[in-house]
Design a protein around this ligand. Structure first.
Ligand code: NAP
Length: 251
C-alpha cells in the first residue's frame, strides 16, 4: 500500500469526481496514507457514499460534497466547506472528467463545449478556488488528470484530446506561477484504464488496444492512484510542471 513514503497524516486532500473509477481509487489511496479527504461527486451520490465509507473504515475522515465542476460558485463553496470543516487544504486532485466521443463531422458544438467545460474549465475552476489557502500556507500539491491522447491525439476525441492538452498547458503555466511558494503542480496522463469510461467500448477495440500496450494489460485504477499518492508526498517535493505517463508503455 503506502509504506515506502512518509505519511500524509497532517494533510487535507480534495479529490474531484471521487464517486467512482480513478477518483475513487485516488481518494482511498490518499486516505490509506493517512490524509483527510474531501471528495466531490455530481450524479452518483451512492458511489460517493461508498468511497466515504471505505475511507472511514481506514480510520480517516471524509466529507462527500455534491458539485458540478463547471460551476465556479459551486466550486468555491466546496473549497469553503472543506476549509470550514477541516481547517486547511493541502492537496488538490483534479480528476473529474467526461467524454462525448464522435468524429468531428458528427460532433455538435455542445459535445465540444461540455467536454471542455468539464475537463478544462473544471480543472481551472478548482485551481483558482484552491490556490489561495495553499499560497497562504506556502505548501501545496496540485495533480490533474490528463490522458495519453493529449500527446497522441485520437480519432473521435477532438474535444477530449484538446481538453487534456489544455490541462497539460495549464499545469506547466501554474507550476511556474506558484513554484516559489512551495506549491507543486503536475499532471498524470493515464493510458487505457479499466473504468466506466472504457468499459462500454466494443471488445474488438479493447483487444486491439491491449495488443498495443507493451506491458500487455489494461491499467488498473490503483496504478494511477499510487502515482498520484507519490506526487503529493514530501518525497516528490522537487517534481513540478511535469506530466507523468501511466500507460503500460503505450506511446
Ligand atoms: P469515470 O469512471 O467516467 O468517472 C468520472 C468521474 O468524474 C465521476 O466521479 C463523475 O461524477 C465525475 N464528473 C464527471 N463530470 C462531472 C462534472 N461536470 N462535475 C463534477 N464531477 C463530474 O472516469 P474515470 O475513467 O475514472 O476517469 C477519471 C479521470 O481520468 C478523467 O479525468 C479521465 O478523463 C481521466 N482518464 C481516464 C482514462 C481511462 O482509461 N479510464 C484514461 C485517461 C485519462 P459522478 O459519478 O458523480 O457523475
Amino acid at each position: 500500500m503506502s509504506v515506502p513514503f512518509s505519511s500524509l497524516g497532517s494533510r487535507v486532500a480534495l479529490v474531484t469526481g471521487g464517486s467512482r473509477g480513478i477518483g475513487q481509487a485516488i481518494a482511498v489511496e490518499l486516505a490509506s496514507a493517512g490524509a483527510t479527504v474531501s471528495l466531490t461527486y455530481r450524479s452518483t451520490p451512492v458511489g460517493a457514499d461508498d468511497t466515504r465509507k471505505r475511507i472511514e473504515e481506514l480510520g480517516a475522515q471524509c466529507l462527500a460534497l455534491e458539485c458540478d465542476v463547471t460551476d465556479l460558485a459551486a466550486v468555491e463553496a466546496v473549497i469553503r466547506q472543506t476549509l470550514d470543516h477541516f481547517g486547511r487544504l493541502d492537496i488538490l486532485v483534479n480528476n473529474a472528467g467526461t467524454t462525448r466521443d464522435k468524429l468531428l463531422v458528427r460532433m455538435s458544438p455542445e459535445d465540444f463545449d461540455v467536454v471542455i467545460a468539464t475537463n478544462l474549465r473544471g480543472t481551472w475552476n478548482f485551481c483558482r478556488a484552491a490556490i489561495r489557502p495553499m499560497l497562504r500556507a506556502r505548501w501545496g500539491r496540485i495533480v490533474s488528470l490528463s490522458s495519453v491522447v493529449a500527446a497522441s491525439g485520437n480519432p473521435g476525441q477532438t474535444n477530449y484530446a484538446a481538453s487534456k492538452a489544455g490541462i497539460e498547458a495549464l499545469t506547466l503555466s501554474l507550476a511556474r506561477e506558484v513554484g516559489s511558494r512551495g506549491i507543486t503542480v503536475n499532471a498524470v496522463a493515464p493510458g487505457f484504464i479499466e473504468t466506466d469510461m472504457t468499459r462500454d467500448l466494443p471488445e474488438g477495440v479493447v483487444e486491439g488496444m491491449r495488443e498495443r500496450i507493451p506491458l500487455g494489460r489494461l491499467g488498473a485504477v490503483e496504478d494511477v492512484a499510487r502515482t498520484v499518492r507519490f506526487l503529493v508526498s514530501e518525497e516528490a517535493a522537487y517534481i513540478t510542471g511535469q506530466v507523468i505517463r501511466v500507460n503500460g508503455g503505450l506511446g
